[in-house]
Design a protein around this ligand. Structure first.
Ligand code: MBD
Ligand code: FE
Length: 284
């Protein structure tokens, strides 16, 4: 029997959905094949790192077999997007960020879904009639690096619910819940009504969760809002916003927090919590 706060959001369910979402997003992207030199250099560096770990840790045959089984399980559970985004993406993002101006970015993660409905500059995200969680407003302005408003900038926003579950990846949540593309006004301003998400826990019943448990790490990400902020002629910014005081802010399992991305919500007159956050886009 499930209680009101226990759901069938299994690792296998969300893992397979994340893999499908990744495949679907790939169909819209065209990429040049990497040169043989590049493939050789990068893959050799990765393998060198693995070999080095085997030597320094004196890895045994039973450990090698356990690793092989675990890697098979990651694939079968559809958890490659989850695993790679939790443990690897932050480093790819850091390499990219070193050449970027404007608002800090951070990792995309596995739970973005394109095609959320467009909403006016002042709007409330689609949510259940009885959506739980502290009502919250994110308001601000999108500007360019010279300080001029970017009219009609899009804020593609998605986040978990008050239990840390994402629509599209947990069967008990309606499709599209807490997802939307908010179109800023002519002055670049926006005001998005939603609820504050809960911290996110890596599903403990899948291979990624099993690894975390076996290693004695914790499986938590601090509560966060995901955003892609975009406008024609500008480099899109993929980022996340966090909440001051969050228990997991300094130990995010995905290592994706940055001090510039932490909100300090205040209570506003209508009882909702509110944060102001302005985004700065650099030319493409
Ligand atoms: C998430 O919600 C997330 O944002 C990342 C990066 C990884 C796993 C779950
Ligand atoms: Fe997330």
């Amino acid at each position: 029997m499930m209680t009101a706060t226990e759901h069938s959001a299994t690792a296998a369910g969300s893992g397979v959905s994340a893999t499908q979402a990744f495949r679907a997003s790939r169909q819209h992207q065209t990429e040049d094949a990497a040169s043989p030199e590049r493939v050789s250099a990068v893959v050799k560096a990765v393998l060198d790192g693995v070999h080095e770990a085997i030597r320094t840790q004196q890895v045994t045959y039973p450990e090698f077999v356990a690793a092989k089984q675990w890697l098979i399980d990651v694939g079968e559970g559809g958890e490659w997007p989850l695993l790679l985004d939790v443990f690897v993406e932050h480093e790819v993002e850091a390499v990219a960020a070193a050449r970027q101006q404007g608002t800090k970015g951070t990792i995309l993660g596995p739970y973005y879904l394109p095609g959320a409905p467009e909403l006016p500059a002042v709007s409330t995200l689609p949510m259940r009639a009885d959506e739980q969680g502290t009502p919250f407003v994110l308001a601000g302005q999108v500007r360019d690096t010279e300080g001029k408003p970017v009219p009609g900038a899009e804020l593609d926003i998605w986040h978990a619910d008050h239990e840390g579950y994402y629509s599209g990846f947990a069967g008990h949540i309606p499709d599209g819940n807490l997802r939307g593309v908010v179109v800023a006004g002519e002055d670049g301003r926006f005001e998005i009504g939603t609820i504050q998400p809960a911290p996110y826990q890596i599903p403990t019943d899948g291979p990624t969760g099993k690894l975390i448990e076996a290693a004695g790490w914790h499986p938590w990400r601090p509560a966060h809002l995901h955003l892609i902020v975009r406008a024609p002629g500008f480099r899109p910014i993929t980022t996340q916003l966090y909440f001051a005081g969050d228990e997991w802010l300094d130990s995010d399992v995905a290592e994706a927090t940055k001090p510039e991305l932490v909100l300090e919500p205040r209570s506003q007159a209508d009882g909702r919590r509110r944060s102001e956050y302005d985004f700065v886009l650099e030319p493409a």
